[in-house]
Ligand binder design. Sequence first.
Ligand SMILES: [Zn+2]
Ligand SMILES: [Zn+2]
Ligand SMILES: [Zn+2]
Length: 284
Amino acid sequence: MDILFLGTAAAEGIPALFCRCQTCRNAAEAGGPEIRTRCAYLVNGHLLLDLPPDILFHKLRYNLDLAAVDTVCVTHSHTDHLNRADLCFRCVPVYAHIPGEKPLDLYANKKCCDTIRGGLEFEFGSPEHPSLAVHEIGVKSVLQRGELKITALHAKHDPREDCLMFLVQEGEKSFFQANDTALPEDDMEAAMHHVLHDALQGRTLDAVSMDCTHGKEPGSRGHMGITENRIFKQRLVSAGLADENTQFFANHFSHNGHVSHAELCESLAPHGIRPAYDGMVLGL
Ligand SMILES: [Zn+2]
Ligand SMILES: [Zn+2]
Ligand SMILES: [Zn+2]
């Protein structure tokens, strides 16, 4: 399984869109891994986890053929993860030319699906379009998309909707996308571990990408920082879902965490966690 980390920032990006804070100014000056676009992943070239506002930039920067994407799984409706306007540009024949086109299958919770239908209504005057097959899913939904099996888990992020995280499996390999979640409480964590146990069937996770929005600052109701990442990891290990071979990454960083990529490397290393960066390729 090949996972391309398209972007690794929280909502505003780094440097943030309209910000003059010291972290953003330092990032602009340093460049390289300090520059972060909005968070999303491309798996095996055909599965997109989230559709952020930077997706056109991602296509240009990584020279992607997004017409090859047959599946989009959306974690939740926040605008840094679902930019519904760009979905309209997948519609043939006006906005895209794809010989032998098949509709793009999109899987998301009800709020996202309603948002997407509203976007189509706004653009085309109808909530449906033949190029887009919009499927409502929820916690514990399981999808088989070609060689990839995708399982939806419940994120602790925004109580106004069922925010999702995705476990992606190809054969014995597994990748757990766990951004846009706080450290779950006991009940929620037990439910999450249960779903993971069911899906992994005795194997351990190969890689985990954890929400680290707050960096060195304390976590919040919807996001984690380094302290919570350490606990999230430890609990997966204690539950037998991860071991010394599991690769742990921190992701989805905010400029409000006020921590550079170099500082993240240093702070995370003692816990066996690495910070993700834009353009990182993970082969499992
Ligand atoms: Zn986010
Ligand atoms: Zn800033
Ligand atoms: Zn969010």
